[in-house]
Design a binder for this molecule. Structure first.
Ligand SMILES: [Mn+2]
Length: 336
């Protein structure tokens, strides 16, 4: 045991009013936690941390995501408690908490899922549509997981190893491993508190970034061979079509992080990644990443999507060529 003195935990933001959220939680007996379709580390981490804390308070807590929990996040303690798929039952929760989700449709669940429950929307996307009965949307947070950290402090909840690990995972993935501008000194102080509470940075990193399948690596090779550089070297484009899925046997989870390779090219300001829906060849999920000054959140919004300044996305329909043309016009407006 080292003799180091642990600094007292401090909230990331001291001027956020958590009272409406705390009131809603205290009034509820049965709580359902949900995050967006194709969940990322932030949505899953926030959900896992909140589950760990709320279930310890004696409340009946459950979790359901249309797309479950991606493989790389299944090391989190309560991952196997998350329900998956469509919803045919009757909702028995009196409070549903949507985490890290900017728009109602991105939850991917039918109306019956929400029937009779209060919907609480906790998110950090500036583009959030405020779809909840109660909304706590604060874009100054680097991650929704960081909001759960502040909520737990506001509720004077003890920080367990499981919730610290989940919040660390959320923040690590949404700040590109503490490298984005959103990783402020306060975020690093929070990370120190998480590590003091038992989060282990390297094992978490190995689960999330060092566990690629061989099929996933073959998908990466195929995807990177689609690379095109446009806008005089300032945009980089890659895609995954159905041939690539078929040839490699990889799945949508294996596309995670591929766009970062496009962005990493010297001189590239905007990276574009287009992936076809595995079941619908005319539906393209498009991701954008910005490097220094380009605001891809605005770019995505101009195409009907949303997100953050450095990371955003949208859904477009058509052939690959049609989709490319639509995106090209929007990219030109940002870069030219
Ligand atoms: Mn997020």
């Amino acid at each position: 045991m080292s003799a180091s003195i642990q600094a007292p935990m401090q909230p990331l933001l001291s001027d956020v009013d958590w009272c409406p959220v705390i009131d809603a939680i205290e009034q509820a007996d049965r709580i359902m936690l949900i995050t967006h379709c194709n969940p990322d580390g932030d949505g899953i981490g926030a959900q896992q941390a909140l589950y760990d804390f709320l279930s310890a308070t004696g409340k009946q807590v459950s979790m359901h995501n249309r797309d479950g929990v991606p493989r790389i996040y299944r090391f989190l303690k309560h991952a196997d408690q998350v329900g998956k798929g469509d919803w045919s039952g009757t909702q028995t929760a009196d409070l549903i908490i949507a985490l890290d989700c900017g728009a109602f449709g991105r939850l991917g669940m039918p109306e019956s899922f929400f029937a009779g429950a209060t919907l609480l929307n906790i998110d950090h996307h500036a583009s959030n549509k405020q779809f909840g009965d109660i909304n706590l949307v604060e874009a100054r947070y680097c991650a929704t997981g960081a909001m759960i950290f502040d909520l737990m402090l506001a509720m004077q909840a003890p920080l367990s190893e499981a919730s610290a690990t989940a919040i660390y995972t959320a923040v690590m993935t949404d700040t590109a491993s503490f490298r984005l501008a959103s990783a402020t000194p306060a975020v690093y102080r929070m990370a120190a508190s998480l590590i003091e509470a038992g989060a282990k940075p390297w094992p978490i990193t190995v689960h999330v970034y060092e566990s690629r399948s061989l099929a996933g690596m073959q998908m990466m090779t195929a995807c990177l061979s689609t690379l095109e550089i446009k806008n005089d070297g300032r945009s980089a484009w890659i895609y995954v079509n159905q041939d690539i899925y078929r040839q490699t046997g990889a799945d949508v989870e294996d596309t995670e992080g591929l766009i970062d390779y496009a962005r990493s090219i010297d001189g590239v300001e905007v990276a574009v990644f287009m992936r076809v829906d595995e079941h619908d060849s005319s539906c393209w999920k498009v991701s954008f990443r910005g490097k220094t000054w380009a605001n891809v959140g605005d770019l995505a919004a101009s195409l009907g999507g949303g997100g953050h300044a450095y990371a955003a996305g949208c859904v477009l329909r058509g052939s690959l060529q049609q989709v490319c043309e639509k995106i090209q016009q929007a990219v030109n407006k940002v870069l030219d």
